[in-house]
Design a binder for this molecule. Structure first.
Ligand SMILES: [Zn+2]
Length: 272
């Protein structure tokens, strides 16, 4: 896998392709001008997988494909409605031809904020368990989305005990102690825009204390902006804001933080 420049370990430029494609005309070159050359996607639903494929056709060397069923999407379906979609995901991942280009499976996980649990709790758990199994079959790294459900995901992951223990925890919102459940197994902890908000003491503590060998950086573009940007309007060049904040917290040069993030990302997601 040949990647020029720094890596945004998690974003949703495929979503932007669907909602505001003209923005990509400025966002991608602006990021490239700042040395950011690769944008790993987070998967949401079948429409999103299709858009990721279109996005990669447009930017062939800059997009990392990641197909999965997002907890938000899972929460909006019944288990009966989800099963054919999870089958579709399995078929897509199983196509050997495609597997050479798919870097990971996800976003998988649980989001237990009230909006997603009123009806969607069981569906979310079903989608998570199926995707842990799929990751074990395919050997693909996993991309986790966990919000207000850290003990539940840890419990489910331990119960299923997959042999495959590669991947990252996107925009990790757990504590330093909780992160150790994942880093002990070799997972990367990805940190994004929330760390740039001075009030976010928890994220800052994590960013200051996480062993550097488990750190990756992301923007979650167009979401999760640093202070100067609005949600939905966060361009991937803000990877630098994240790097500068973490650099200040650790007294390490921002460029060095991005180099470490890239090295870690390639160790977990890279192919020979
Ligand atoms: Zn995401």
């Amino acid at each position: 896998m040949k990647i020029n420049g720094h890596i945004d370990s998690h974003n949703h430029l495929a979503k932007v392709l669907g909602t505001a494609p003209d923005l990509l005309e400025s966002w991608v070159p602006e990021a490239e001008a700042k040395g950011i050359g690769f944008f790993m996607q987070g998967g949401i639903d079948p429409d999103d997988w299709q858009r990721q494929i279109e996005l990669q056709a447009r930017f062939p060397n800059q997009i990392g494909l990641c197909f999965g069923v997002h907890p938000y999407f899972a929460a909006s379906k019944t288990i009966d409605e989800l099963d054919p979609i999870l089958d579709q995901l399995a078929r897509l991942l199983g196509q050997q031809q495609k597997r050479d280009t798919i870097l990971a499976i996800g976003e998988m996980g649980l989001d237990f904020r009230p909006a997603y649990t009123e009806k969607g709790r069981d569906s979310q758990i079903h989608a998570l368990e199926t995707q842990i199994e799929l990751a074990d079959f395919t050997g693909l790294p996993m991309v986790f989305h966990i919000v207000q459900a850290h003990p539940e995901v840890e419990r489910i992951f331990s119960l299923w005990a997959p042999k495959n223990k590669r991947g990252l925890l996107h925009s990790y919102s757990g504590s330093v102690e909780q992160s150790e459940f994942w880093t002990k197994q070799g997972f990367l902890i990805s940190i994004g825009g929330p760390v740039c908000h001075e009030k976010n003491k928890k994220a800052r503590k994590l960013a200051a204390n996480l062993p550097l060998e488990f750190l990756t950086l992301e923007t979650d573009s167009p979401d999760q902006p640093p202070p100067a940007y609005n949600k939905g309007e966060n361009p991937p060049k803000t990877l630098w804001e994240v790097a500068k904040t973490i650099g200040e917290l650790r007294n390490v040069d921002a460029e060095e933080i991005l180099a470490i993030s890239k090295q870690n990302f390639l160790r977990v997601f890279g192919r020979a």
